[in-house]
Unconditional design. Sequence first.
Length: 149
Amino acid sequence: MLEQQPSRTAFAAAAHRAAHQLLERGAIFKDPLALAILGQDAETVARDAEADPARTGMRAFIAARSHFAEGALAAGVAARGVRQLVVLGAGLDTLAYRHALGDGLRVSRWTIRPPRPGNAAALARPASRSPATWCSRRWTSSAQACSMA
């Protein structure tokens, strides 16, 4: 993993979410910020996804997984008053920027490093939500605390 770069896993998942928005028009899962956080143009993302048809299944899986997880979160907020979500290994996930589950939901993102500054800045427009907390730490055998703003 390169310093100041997302992991290959984080990048691939984000690329699948962005490609789903472009190629399937977000039929399973809507993420209007998927392309912005990826930091690539729509043509490149679509061309790369279409170059390997074997990726279609993984793209559908990533979209379904996101749809299921966010649906379960919404149900928890509505039915049980869930007020906190902790995303471990958050990578380039955009939920903290776009959720519409109310200001009472605190989203804490734990990842090795947050998105590149240019990508995060692209999400900082008025329609976007800011993540409640970033904790960017390398995982070690001993727990490390981070500032919870």
